[in-house]
Design a protein. Structure first.
Lengths: 86, 651
C-alpha cells in the first residue's frame, strides 16, 4: 500500500462513519416515525440502526487495523519506505 | 426503598477493593521515574492497554447512568451509548497515531510539539484540569450512590471511600497500577454484564401486577367526581376510606388523595375514561414535612424490613397473545416481544404545599412496548419529537458533543503514551472499540431488563443495573456492585493522574518555570494527586443530588469545545500558529463553560431558578462552541502568520 493511500484510508473510513452517524441523527430529527418501523424480525429500525452503528465502528476499526498491519509489514520489508504512519 | 446490606455483597466488595489495592502496591515498586509514573515507560502491551481504555472510559455514567436512563425511559438512554462509541471513531482515525507520535506525558505535549510555547502548555494544562474536575464530579456522585445501598453507609462515606482508595492507587504507582486496575475492571465489567444479559434472556418476560416485593398495585373505579365518595363507601375494601379535599397545591394535579382506615393518606392518579368517568390507579408518594419527617405513602418511613418504604417497581403488564410468561428469549426475540407488550413505567411530579411540605408523587404510566423502544421519550431528547427548531438544535448539539468529546478527554488521551509506538496505539484503540461497543450493546438489554424486573427504585435511576442483578441472584448483585465500584475507581484514577500530569508537567514546569529533577516531578505529581483527590471528594459531596449522566455531558462539551479544534487543526492545517491554538483553547473552554452556567438546565437544576431566566436559548453548547473554537483558531492563526514565510511556518 502506498504511503498516500495509507494516509487517506483513515479519512475515508472516518467519512463513511460520519455519513452513517449523520444519517442516524437526520432520521431522528426529520423522519422520526421511520425509527418505529420493524423491517426485520419484529425489531424496529431504531435498534437495528443503533446496533448497526456499533457494529460498523468495529468493522471499520478492523479494516483499518488490517490495512495498517499490512502497511507496517511492507515498510518493514522496504526500509526506504520508512515508518508508514509518520 | 430500604437497602439491607448483604453480607455476601460486603465480602465480595472488600475482596475486590483489597485485590485492587494489593495489585497497586505490588506494581508500585516498578514506578520510580517520572516516565514510569506518568506513562508506565510506554511498555504496556497493546491488548492490555485496549481493555484498559474500556476500563477508563466505561465510567459510572456508562454503566449506572445509561442503564438507569434506559430502565426509566427506554431507548433514549441508548442514544448516549451510540454517541459515546461514535466518539471512538474520531479517536481511532484522527487522533490516536499523531497523539502517540507528538506527545510524551500529557495532551499539552502533543499540542505543543511544533511550537515549544509555554502559553500552549499552560492553556492546555488548564483545560485538562477543568475537564478532569468536571468529569470527576459525576464519578464521585456515582460512588456515593452505590455505597449507600451496598454497605448501608451515608452518601458522603461512599465518596470519601472512593477518594481515599483512588488516592492510594495513584500515589503508589501512577500509570502502571492505574492501567492494571482499569484492565481488571474493564474485563470484569464486560464479562459480568454478558453473564447478566444471558441470565436475563434465559428468564424472559412475565406479566405482573407490581414489583418484586409482591405488592399488587391497585386500581379503583370507575368513578365520576360526584360518585367517588359514595362508591368508595359501597366497596368492602374501601368502605372506611375518605377523600382528602384538594387544597390549592393539589387541585391542579391529576391526583386524588384518599385517607384509609388507619389514617394514612395515599395518592392515586386519575385515569380519565369516556363519559366523564375515571379510574384511580395507585401511586406512591414521598413527603418531606417542615419538621424533617419523611412520610412514605402517608406513613412515617421505616428503617427496617416490613416497615413503610417505597415499593420496587417496573413490570410488564401485557404480553403478546395474552400470555403470562414467555420463557427463555433470544437476542432478537427479546426486542420483538417487548415491542408487542405493555410496560408500566413511572413518572414523578412534585407538589409543594403552603406549609412548606413537599410531596413527590411517583405514578404509573402504562406504555406500549413500541413506544418504549423508540427514540424521543426522555425530556432531554424531546427535540426528536418536537417541531421547535431550538429543541432540535439542542439534540443535535448533544450528539455532536458526544461525537467530538471522546477524542478530547485528557484521561483517554494520556493512555496513548503508555504503549511503545503508533502501531500499538492504533491496535489498542481497536481493542478498546470492540470492548466498549460490545458493552454498549449489552447496555440496551440490561436497561430494558431492569425496566421489567420489578426491582427499580423510583428515587434512584443510577441503581437500576445493580438492582436488576439482585432480582436474578444475590451473588450477581454482589459482583455487579463491586464491579460498579471498581468502575468508579478505574475512571477516577485515570482522571486524577491526568490532572496530576497537567499540574506537574504543564503548569508548574512551564507556567511557573519550576525546574524539577525526576524524583521531584514524581513527588509533586503525588502531592497534586492528593490535592485533586480531596477536591473531588468535596465536590462529590456537594453535588450529590445531580444526575450522573447530565454532569458527564458537561465534561464532554467542555472537552470537545476546548481541545478538539486545536488538536484537529494542528494535524490538518499547516498555517496553525501557537497564538491560534492558545486562543482556541481559551475561547473554547470559557465559552462552553459560560454557556453551561447560563443554560436552562443549570438554572433549574443547580441554581433552583426559573427556566425562563436562562440566558442562552438551549442547554447543550457544543453546536455553537465547537465551531467557535475552530473559527477563533483560523482567524487568530491567519492574523498571526509569521512574516518571513508561510511555508516555513508550516513545518
Amino acid at each position: 500500500m502506498s504511503e498516500s493511500r495509507t494516509h487517506r484510508l483513515p479519512l475515508v473510513l472516518f467519512g463513511i462513519y460520519l455519513l452513517l452517524y449523520g444519517g442516524f441523527i437526520a432520521i431522528n430529527l426529520y423522519a422520526t416515525d421511520l425509527m418505529e418501523l420493524t423491517p426485520f424480525a419484529g425489531v424496529n429500525l431504531a435498534i437495528w440502526y443503533g446496533f448497526g452503528l456499533i457494529i460498523a465502528a468495529v468493522l471499520l476499526a478492523f479494516i483499518y487495523g488490517v490495512a495498517g498491519s499490512k502497511a507496517n509489514d511492507a515498510s518493514d520489508a522496504d526500509p526506504e519506505n520508512g515508518e508508514v504512519s509518520q | 426503598m430500604i437497602y439491607e446490606p448483604s453480607v455476601l455483597a460486603v465480602l465480595v466488595f472488600f475482596v475486590f477493593v483489597g485485590i485492587t489495592l494489593g495489585l497497586s502496591f505490588w506494581l508500585g515498586r516498578k514506578a520510580r521515574t517520572s516516565e514510569g509514573y506518568f506513562s508506565a515507560h510506554g511498555q504496556i502491551p497493546w491488548f492490555i492497554n485496549g481493555v484498559a481504555f474500556a476500563g477508563d472510559y466505561l465510567s459510572a455514567a456508562s454503566f449506572l447512568g445509561i442503564c438507569g436512563m434506559i430502565a426509566f425511559y427506554g431507548y433514549d438512554g441508548f442514544l448516549y451509548s451510540i454517541g459515546y462509541l461514535a466518539g471512538w471513531i474520531v479517536a481511532l482515525f484522527i487522533v490516536a497515531e499523531p497523539m502517540k507520535r507528538l506527545g510524551k506525558f500529557t495532551f499539552a505535549d502533543a499540542l505543543n510539539a511544533r511550537f515549544d510555547s509555554p502559553g500552549i502548555q499552560t492553556a492546555a494544562g488548564l483545560s485538562t484540569l477543568v475537564v478532569s474536575v468536571f468529569y470527576l464530579i459525576p464519578q464521585m456522585v456515582g460512588a456515593g450512590a452505590l455505597v449507600t445501598p451496598l454497605l448501608g453507609f451515608p452518601q458522603w462515606v461512599g465518596v470519601v471511600l472512593v477518594g481515599v482508595t483512588v488516592i492510594l492507587i495513584v500515589v503508589t504507582a501512577g500509570m502502571v497500577s492505574t492501567t492494571w486496575v482499569q484492565f481488571l475492571k474493564g474485563s470484569l465489567l464486560v464479562i459480568f454484564s454478558a453473564i447478566l444479559t444471558l441470565m436475563l434472556l434465559a428468564r424472559g418476560f412475565e406479566t405482573a401486577e407490581g414489583g418484586a416485593d409482591g405488592h399488587k398495585l391497585r386500581t379503583l373505579g370507575p368513578f365520576t367526581t360526584e360518585t367517588l365518595a359514595e362508591k368508595l363507601a359501597q366497596s368492602e375494601a374501601t368502605k372506611q376510606w375518605s377523600v382528602v379535599a384538594a387544597n390549592s397545591a393539589w387541585e391542579k394535579t391529576p391526583f386524588v388523595r384518599l385517607k384509609d382506615e388507619e389514617g394514612a393518606v395515599t395518592v392515586w392518579k386519575k385515569e380519565e375514561k369516556q363519559g366523564g368517568e375515571f379510574f384511580l390507579t395507585e401511586a406512591q408518594s414521598l413527603t418531606k414535612t417542615p419538621d424533617g419527617t419523611i412520610l412514605v405513602n402517608g406513613l412515617v418511613k421505616g428503617k427496617k424490613k416490613g416497615e413503610p418504604q417505597l415499593h420496587p417497581v417496573g413490570h410488564v403488564s401485557k404480553l403478546p397473545g395474552g400470555k403470562k410468561k414467555t420463557g427463555p428469549l433470544g437476542f432478537l426475540s427479546f426486542f420483538s416481544t417487548l415491542q408487542e407488550s405493555e410496560v408500566v413505567l413511572w413518572s414523578k411530579k412534585v407538589v409543594k404545599e403552603k406549609d412548606d411540605s413537599v410531596t413527590t408523587v411517583y405514578y404509573q404510566k402504562p406504555t406500549p412496548g413500541s413506544q418504549v423502544l423508540r427514540p424521543g421519550e426522555h425530556p432531554r431528547f424531546k427535540g426528536i419529537r418536537s417541531n421547535d427548531p431550538i429543541d432540535k438544535l439542542n439534540f443535535l448539539s448533544l450528539m455532536l458533543a458526544l461525537f467530538c468529546g471522546t477524542a478530547s478527554l485528557p484521561h483517554i488521551l494520556i493512555r496513548y503514551y503508555t504503549v511503545k509506538n503508533e502501531s500499538a496505539a492504533r491496535k489498542s484503540t481497536i481493542v478498546g472499540i470492540v470492548t466498549i461497543g460490545f458493552f454498549y450493546i449489552l447496555s440496551l438489554y440490561m436497561g430494558l431488563g431492569a425496566m421489567t424486573s420489578g426491582s427499580i427504585d423510583v428515587t434512584n435511576s443510577n441503581m437500576a443495573a445493580p438492582l436488576l442483578a439482585r432480582s436474578i441472584a444475590e451473588w450477581l448483585f454482589a459482583a455487579i456492585s463491586a464491579i460498579a465500584f471498581t468502575t468508579v475507581l478505574g475512571t477516577v484514577s485515570g482522571l486524577i493522574l491526568a490532572s496530576a500530569g497537567a499540574v506537574t508537567h504543564d503548569l508548574m514546569g512551564q507556567l511557573l518555570h519550576v525546574k524539577m529533577n525526576d524524583a521531584e516531578q514524581v513527588r509533586v505529581a503525588k502531592i497534586s494527586s492528593v490535592v485533586v483527590g480531596v477536591v473531588a471528594i468535596i465536590l462529590g459531596i456537594l453535588f450529590k443530588d445531580m444526575n450522573v449522566s447530565y454532569l458527564v455531558g458537561w465534561a464532554f462539551s467542555v472537552a470537545a469545545s476546548a481541545n478538539l479544534p486545536s488538536l484537529i487543526m494542528l494535524l490538518f492545517w499547516k498555517k496553525t500558529t501557537r497564538q491560534g491554538i492558545i486562543a482556541a483553547l481559551v475561547v473554547g473552554m470559557v465559552s462552553s463553560l459560560g454557556w453551561i452556567l447560563l443554560s436552562e438546565d443549570t438554572f433549574t437544576k443547580v441554581y433552583g431558578l426559573d427556566a425562563e431566566a436562562a440566558l442562552v436559548p438551549f442547554s447543550q453548547p457544543g453546536i455553537v462552541t465547537i465551531p467557535l473554537g475552530f473559527l477563533v483558531l483560523i482567524c487568530v492563526s491567519l492574523i498571526t502568520q509569521p512574516v518571513s514565510s508561510s511555508a516555513a511556518s508550516s513545518d
